[in-house]
Design a binder for this molecule. Structure first.
Ligand SMILES: C[S@@+](CC[C@H](N)C(=O)[O-])C[C@H]1O[C@@H](n2cnc3c(N)ncnc32)[C@H](O)[C@@H]1O
Length: 405
């Protein structure tokens, strides 16, 4: 059931700021009565107003007509779905707006007063309920809005403390946007916040490189990982965390991955820019998970492959570090691929192979490997690792590999 949202405190708080930021092309998402679109129409060339509800579309149209406004165009749409419906767009009579919409529209300002209340049992009013937790519609909006916003465009939103402010902040950042709180108002049981939002520098850069569906997917101590699509393929973007003090890490990692790629080691580097690099997403299982779920012969093949890669790195005098505990450093699909070369460095005494010997003979790994009937004698391994450390030769590596039976 839909009811048209009568302008309330949230509407008025947002409306206060709409005029100031309206110019060129404006999109009013979830227009309801049309209050924001009407405010924007004064300074904008034109406003596209969308709403999921038929009743809201009718109400907005009639309010706009009553005021004699000619530059607002109202359509029914579930968030941005209308823009992908070329049939509907081709039916529009006004040529100027039709041409704008047919050519992947991008707006200077996008306004959204989202439905933001967590859903109550048995009540189904989409004009106010933003999903089970209240922020789902907003998250869906942010996952798509970048496509429809000009590079230097702005977004204005209003939301309530009832939606969970921290969650809203994290959603905005997750999709590569930056926000500024421009207003706040306490009303009876809640506080309303108005935000001005823009694309972050990294988002602008990545969009220029044709990356799509960009979103943060992991945060490390120093780096931030985004996932995105590049020509429909999954890629990962690694960027320095703004708060990290470590210098030159990203540049260091880019340099070594490029070098290692020539030896078929590491994820495939696609390109890099100021403070970030982009590589093919590595699918598969982390090494321990792979071992637990695979057959003896496949496990041995993968462990030997890892040793060979580490041997190549030893010979290059490159230390990956952390190979005695590489739980999140090796991903296995058909082949093992090492990731995370953040700490990689040049040294006369690289420890890749010897650290990996330590790892596979550790107590926890011994148990896991035993279950697969792979028994490695720790004392023999230590002896061979010492020999290898003295002389990093293929012959000594082969002796280590021969223990894997
Ligand atoms: C809180 S009201 C805001 C109405 C108006 N913009 C205002 O400021 O008063 C939220 C509006 O979003 C609309 N809405 C909810 N889900 C939507 C969706 N998925 N796509 C488009 N509009 C949606 C509702 O129908 C409703 O009109």
């Amino acid at each position: 059931m839909f009811e048209v949202y009568e302008p309330m405190e949230d509407s008025l708080l947002l409306e206060k700021h709409v005029k100031k930021y309206s110019k060129n092309s404006v999109l009013d998402m979830g227009t309801g009565s049309g209050i924001q679109a009407i405010a924007a129409s004064e300074n904008a060339d034109f406003v596209v107003a969308l709403d999921i509800s038929d009743q809201a579309v009718q109400k907005a149209k009639s309010n706009i007509k009553k005021q004699g406004i000619k530059n607002i165009f109202v359509f029914k749409s579930d968030l941005f779905s209308f823009f992908s419906d070329s049939k509907l767009i081709k039916n529009i009579k006004k040529t100027k707006i039709k041409n704008f919409l047919l050519k992947k529209p991008k707006f200077q300002l996008i306004i959204f007063n989202p439905p933001y209340l967590p859903k109550d049992e048995g009540i189904e009013d989409k004009s106010i309920y933003g999903g089970i937790k209240g922020h789902e519609t907003l998250e869906k909006f942010f996952s798509q809005v970048g496509l429809y916003l000009k590079e230097k465009g702005k977004i204005l939103i209003v939301f309530s403390s009832l939606t969970n402010k921290d969650k809203v902040d994290s959603i905005i950042n997750k999709y590569g946007f930056e926000f500024k709180k421009i207003d706040e108002e306490k009303i009876s049981f809640e506080t309303l916040f108005a935000y001005l939002i823009e694309k972050s520098e990294i988002l602008k850069n990545l969009e220029k490189k044709n990356l799509k569906e960009i979103k943060v997917f992991a945060k490390g101590h120093r780096g931030l990982l985004y996932r995105a699509k590049l020509n429909k393929k999954d890629v990962v973007i690694k960027k320095k965390l703004p708060e990290s003090k470590a210098k030159g890490r990203i540049e260091n990692e880019t340099k070594w991955i490029k070098t290692l790629n020539e030896k078929n080691i590491g994820p495939k580097l696609l390109f890099s820019g100021q403070g970030y690099f982009v590589y093919n997403f590595v699918k598969g299982k982390f090494i321990v998970d792979f071992i637990e779920k695979s057959k003896k012969q496949d496990i041995i093949k993968v462990i030997k492959d890892v040793f060979m890669q580490l041997y190549k790195m030893d010979r290059m005098n490159l230390d990956k570090e952390e190979m005695h505990h590489p739980l999140k450093h090796i991903i296995v699909d058909k082949k093992p691929i090492m990731i995370d070369f953040e700490r990689c460095r040049k040294t006369k005494k690289p420890k890749n192979v010897t650290q990996f010997c330590q790892f596979i003979t550790s107590t926890s790994m011994k148990q896991i490997l035993n279950k697969k009937n792979i028994k490695i004698k720790k004392d023999d391994m230590i002896k061979l690792a010492i020999d290898y450390k003295k002389e990093m030769s293929k012959k000594n590596l082969d002796k280590i590999l021969n223990l894997l039976k």
